[in-house]
Design a protein around this ligand. Sequence first.
Ligand code: NAD
Length: 301
Amino acid sequence: MSNIGFVGLGIMGGPMCRNLRKAGHRLVVYDIVPALVERVTGDGVSPAGTAREAAERSEIVITMLPDGPEVEQAILGPAGVLEGARPGSTIVDMSSISPLVAQKVGAAATAKGVRFLDAPVSGGEPKAVDGTLAIMVGGETKVFEEMEPVLKSMGSSVTLTGPVGAGNVTKLANQIIVACNIAAMGEALVLASRAGLDPDVVFNAIKGGLAGSTVLNAKAPMVISRNFKAGFRIRLHQKDLRNALLAAESMKVALPLTSTVQQMLMALMNQGKGDLDHSAIVTFIEEMAGIEVKPPAQASA
Ligand code: NAD
């Protein structure tokens, strides 16, 4: 059992801490929001006043933060993890960030003799609670093998995908496929609705064929029932696609579909829809068509 520092106790970090504790690890936790620290503090979970203190009192530090700037601040910044981490200790950043930032933070850690993995997750809050996240890891095999049991207490699938940065490239690949699928589904259902068809009938007719997918099965019913309560928020998906485009630009790769969907997500955020589920991408396409995806009797235009 290890002493684990955990920085970032939000929607994902809070339940991930609880699963680490259940697995018997002792935790030292920190978040810039004191109420979140108080919420997870208890038996075997003690508070730290800074990310540096969480690192000083641990041999492993896990970070679960919104995006690259917060990761840089919490790890590289003043009173950050690297100020407190001892040589030979390990930082595992589980935030979804640009692979370029993961590599920068990894290099800074290595320069201090601290080991680093990037290990973003897929699955959202319910899987964070259940401890069944899919975890995509980048880093050295030896470090991965040592950290695997710790990661397995938070996830049911833990995969080493390559060197530092590879975890986030894999996560971005996942996010590109999901976003483009949702946008394509939105266009298809808008077309079917404009043609006077019942979108539920169309969905059921195609879901068993080549167009069928986990995304279609999860998101088409949400669109048809007009339930856009987040699962995965538009604002987070916009951030992920922006990171994908930044990484692609650095490698001189054109991602025209990703770029278009990222612009749709940004427009939706400007319409106050940033906290809706990403299935609400359909509303962007609906506005352009002047129609809502609904059964024919209820169709508005
Ligand atoms: P969140 O905003 O709920 O939590 C992030 C936490 O980090 C907040 O509590 C915030 O106060 C804290 N924080 C910010 N800057 C800090 C700093 N400098 N030092 C210490 N704490 C700081 O976000 P979340 O939903 O838990 O997501 C975390 C990461 O996981 C993101 O990168 C997100 O893209 C990814 N992710 C989220 C989901 C999801 O469904 N929510 C699913 C998969 C992946």
